[in-house]
Design a protein around this ligand. Structure first.
Ligand code: C2O
Ligand code: CU
Length: 456
C-alpha cells in the first residue's frame, strides 16, 4: 500500500486533533452570519484563500443538539448575493426547508431569516445554501449539524470528517469558473485540491485499541469520494443520518456529494489510515497516531445505533412515477425538451444553459413531478440514460431503495445512480409541502436536473 501525503506534515500533540471542526453547544437561540472571509486551506507556503463562510469558519460551525431539541437560528446574510439555508436530510416543516421561491423568499444581502424547528431524528446532517448552490457551496458555505442520540453510544472518541474539494489557482485562490458550460455538461465542478475539515489532512492521536465514531460528510459539489480503511476494522453504523438495523463491516466506502456515513472503527494496528482513492494515487485523509495503553475490547460487531422513528413503506399500494434522466456530454438531450413551460430543441436548451432533463423537462417546472396524498407510499424507478453518475436527493423525507429481490435497502436521502443504471426508490409521503428532488452535483442541478414533488 503506497500512500501519498497531500504535502502537509505536522505533529499532533498528545490528545490533540489537528483539524477538528470548531464546535459549539447550540442551546437556545443562536446566530449564524454568512460572510466573505479568508482561510488557510492550502499548505502554509501558500497565501490564505478568499472564501465565503458561516461565522468566518470553513467548514461552518458544528451545530450540535440532542434529539427532541428545537433549533432556533437566525441567519444574517452579509454575502454579496442572496442566500438561504437548507437543512440537508432533516425531516422538518416545509417552510423551514430553505428553498428560494418555494418555501421562503431569498434572504437578500443585509437581511435576516429565522429558522426554527424541532429535531426529531438523531444523526449526522448538514446545512448549505440553496441559492446559486454551485457557487455558494463551492466558495465554502457548508457546515455539519449533529443531533445526538438520547444515550451516547459506547465509543472512546468521535471525529467529524468533512470532505471537500476546491478548484484553486496557483495562488490558492478560487477559480472563478462557476457555471461554465463544460462543468455543467460533464461531471460538474471537480476540484484540484481536497480538504478534510478545511485542511489537507487530519491527524488524530489515539490510544491503541480505541473505538472511534467517525462522521463522514461529503460537502463537495461534484466529487465522489472513495474511502479506504487501511489497517483498521470498521463498520457502517448509519447512512445519511439514519442508523442501519445491523452494522455492516466495511473496507471501502463510496460517498457521493451530500451523502453521510457514520462509521465505528477499532484502531488495532500502529498506523491505521483512511485513504482517499484518487486517480493518481491513494491519499492519506485521516491518519491515526496510535500510542499508549490498551483500551478494553468491545463486541464485534458493535451494537447498532437506536433507530429513529420511521414510517412503514408499503410497496403494494404505492403510487408509481418513473424518472428518466437524459442529457449531458456524449449522449445529449432528446430532440425536444420543455424548459420554463416552452418546448425547445436541445440546441436552444443548451444555449440557455440547460443540459439535462428529467422525463424531458429541464429545470424546475411549474408543475411537480408528482403529487401524492399524505401517507401514500411513492415509488420512483430512476433510469440514468446519461454518461455520468448523479447523486439524487429528496428533501423532507428519507427513502429506501427497492432492491432487485424486492427487499428494501437502508433509509437514505441521497442515492448515487451510476451511468446506465436503473435504481428504484420508495418513500412514504408523510411530510406535507413542496419538496425538491434534484441531483446534488450542483452543476447538474443548475443546468436542468431539478424537480419537485408535492405532498398534500
Ligand atoms: Cu443538500 Cu436540495 O440539497
Ligand atoms: Cu447529476
Amino acid at each position: 500500500m503506497s500512500l501519498t501525503r497531500r504535502g502537509f506534515l505536522a505533529s499532533a500533540g498528545a490528545g490533540t486533533l489537528l483539524g477538528a471542526v470548531p464546535g459549539r453547544a447550540s442551546q437556545g437561540p443562536v446566530t449564524l452570519v454568512a460572510q466573505p472571509g479568508e482561510v488557510q486551506l492550502a499548505p502554509g507556503e501558500f497565501p490564505k484563500t478568499k472564501v465565503w463562510t458561516y461565522d468566518q469558519s470553513v467548514p461552518g460551525p458544528l451545530l450540535r443538539y440532542s434529539r427532541g431539541d428545537e433549533l432556533q437560528l437566525q441567519l444574517t446574510n452579509n454575502l454579496p448575493q442572496a442566500t438561504t439555508v437548507h437543512w440537508h436530510g432533516l425531516r422538518l416543516p416545509n417552510l423551514m426547508d430553505g428553498v428560494p421561491n418555494m418555501t421562503q423568499s431569498e434572504i437578500l444581502t443585509g437581511e435576516q431569516f429565522d429558522y426554527r424547528f424541532a429535531l426529531k431524528d438523531a444523526g449526522t446532517f448538514w446545512y448549505h445554501p440553496h441559492v446559486n448552490s454551485q457557487e455558494q457551496i463551492s466558495r465554502g458555505l457548508s457546515g455539519v449539524l449533529i443531533v445526538d442520540e438520547p444515550d451516547a453510544p459506547d465509543v472512546d472518541d468521535e471525529i467529524v470528517v468533512v470532505l471537500d474539494d476546491w478548484r484553486l489557482d496557483e495562488n490558492a485562490q478560487m477559480h472563478e469558473s462557476f457555471g461554465n458550460r463544460h462543468d455543467m455538461s460533464h461531471a460538474g465542478r471537480l476540484g484540484n485540491f481536497v480538504t478534510v475539515n478545511g485542511l489537507p489532512e487530519l491527524i488524530s492521536r489515539q490510544p491503541r485499541g480505541a473505538r472511534l465514531r467517525l462522521r463522514f460528510v461529503n460537502v463537495a459539489t461534484a466529487r465522489i469520494f472513495e474511502l479506504q480503511l487501511i489497517d483498521m476494522t470498521g463498520w457502517i453504523m448509519a447512512l445519511d443520518g439514519m442508523p442501519l438495523p445491523e452494522p455492516q463491516s466495511v473496507e471501502i466506502l463510496r460517498l457521493a456529494p451530500a451523502q453521510r456515513a457514520d462509521l465505528f472503527v477499532d484502531l488495532t494496528s500502529d498506523e491505521p489510515v483512511i485513504g482517499s482513492v484518487e486517480r493518481d494515487g491513494t491519499y492519506a485523509t485521516v491518519s491515526f497516531d496510535v500510542s499508549g495503553g490498551e483500551v478494553t475490547a468491545r463486541p464485534h460487531p458493535p451494537t447498532s445505533l437506536p433507530p429513529n422513528e420511521m414510517p412503514e413503506v408499503d410497496l403494494e399500494d404505492a403510487r408509481r412515477t418513473p424518472v428518466v434522466m437524459e442529457g449531458g456530454a456524449m449522449r445529449g438531450l432528446p430532440e425536444e425538451v420543455v424548459w420554463k413551460g416552452q418546448v425547445m430543441d436541445a440546441r436552444r436548451a443548451a444555449q440557455s444553459g440547460q443540459f439535462w432533463a428529467f422525463n424531458g423537462v429541464s429545470g424546475r417546472p411549474d408543475e411537480p413531478l408528482l403529487k401524492a396524498f399524505q401517507g401514500e407510499t411513492v415509488r420512483i424507478p430512476i433510469t440514468n440514460r446519461t454518461a455520468f453518475p448523479h447523486a439524487m436527493h429528496l428533501h423532507g423525507m428519507h427513502f429506501r431503495e427497492v432492491l432487485d429481490n424486492g427487499a428494501l435497502g437502508p433509509w437514505r436521502d441521497t442515492l448515487l445512480v451510476q451511468r446506465d443504471e436503473s435504481r428504484e426508490i420508495a418513500f412514504v409521503a408523510d411530510n406535507p409541502g413542496n419538496w425538491m428532488f434534484h441531483c446534488h452535483m450542483a452543476a447538474h442541478q443548475m443546468s436542468g436536473m431539478m424537480s419537485w414533488i408535492q405532498v398534500v
